[in-house]
Design a protein around this ligand. Structure first.
Ligand code: SER
Length: 315
């Protein structure tokens, strides 16, 4: 009898944390091993382990010792942080993935989830309703590593039959934890600052439209993709994935409907150029057609939930 044992890398990250909990609700506490470089001081989860994915031997031992059959490889350095240390970002985002792909082929890992991103897009990409298949010319090391990662995932599927599945996440908005090191992080910070100080200084300009998604949609997309029948997954590099698209000015307006005194001012920094190189909105027809993707949250609904969930923290 085959038993599923899942490893989540980057399990203490913005997506990893919520994903780990959701996977445990489905498959049971003991079937999901949470790994990361850091956990909160009060962490008492018996199924969490310290794992540096750059330590290849330890990574391999972990997969072997826990009889891992599925990996959600969430560990990564995001766009803004990545520019501070390009070589380390390449090692974490690409070389560790290559190690994992090779180990998966040799060991018992049957299925792998690889998170890609809107950062794979660049100057050669139509920015509005970006289609699934477009020339990719990313400008950040994060984008380069994820684009290359997509190609390697596709290669391992075609050459070795490894069941690798992937989505290009838009910016993710969540209340459970603060994201770090991303260009879309403003869209989380703004809710905290609105409740804490009634004002926010945004590091992107008011008209910078970016594709975004509420955490519940992102987690459901991930799990639905991984649970979809193998024959329906025809795209093995990475699926475009979309829910909503908005500018900082539009997000501020939506917060003002609940907090009329909220103010925002704009002080674009180096992250503006990163955002400008990405898409404004995404065409995710392929994901909808092949495995039935449908988002559930728009800006209005998300703002209501974000403010509701974060309010107790600041009152
Ligand atoms: N949220 C990511 C970032 O801003 C994009 O995938 O880097």
């Amino acid at each position: 009898m085959s038993q599923k044992t899942i490893l989540v890398t980057g399990a203490n990250g913005q997506l990893g944390r919520v994903l780990t909990n959701s996977l445990r609700e489905i498959y049971g506490e003991g079937s999901v091993i949470a790994s990361d470089l850091n956990f909160p001081d009060d962490n008492n989860d018996p199924n969490s382990i310290f794992l540096d994915i750059l330590n290849k031997d330890r990574f391999k031992e972990t997969i072997h010792d826990y009889n891992i059959t599925e990996v959600y490889h969430m560990a990564a350095i995001l766009s803004a942080s990545g520019e501070g240390n390009p070589m380390k970002t390449w090692n974490v985002n690409l070389n560790a993935l290559l190690d994992l792909l090779e180990m998966s082929k040799e060991m018992e890992v049957q299925k792998l989830f690889f998170p890609s991103t809107i950062a794979v897009f660049g100057q050669t990409t139509p920015q509005v309703n970006t289609p699934q298949d477009v020339p990719l010319l990313p400008e950040t090391v994060y984008g380069i590593s994820k684009t290359t990662g997509e190609l390697w995932c596709n290669y391992y599927y075609k050459r070795y039959g490894l069941d690798v599945r992937s989505v290009r996440y838009p910016g993710i908005i969540s209340y459970q934890s603060m994201p770090s090191g991303g260009t879309t992080d403003y869209a989380v910070e703004i809710y905290h600052e609105a409740l804490k100080n009634g004002t926010y200084e945004c590091f992107l300009g008011p008209e910078t439209a970016l594709p975004m998604m509420f955490i519940d949609d992102a987690i459901r997309a991930t799990i639905e993709l991984m649970q979809a029948p193998i024959d329906s997954i025809k795209t093995r590099y990475s699926y475009n994935l979309s829910a909503m698209s908005f500018t900082p000015a539009q997000l501020a307006e939506s917060i003002k409907t609940a907090l009329p005194d909220f103010t925002i001012n704009y002080k674009p920094d180096f992250r503006q150029a990163i955002a400008d190189s990405w898409s404004e909105s995404i065409d995710d027809t392929r994901a909808r057609e092949e495995w039935g993707w449908q988002p559930r949250f728009d800006l209005k609904k998300m703002t209501e939930i974000m403010l509701d969930k974060l309010k107790p923290k600041y009152s």
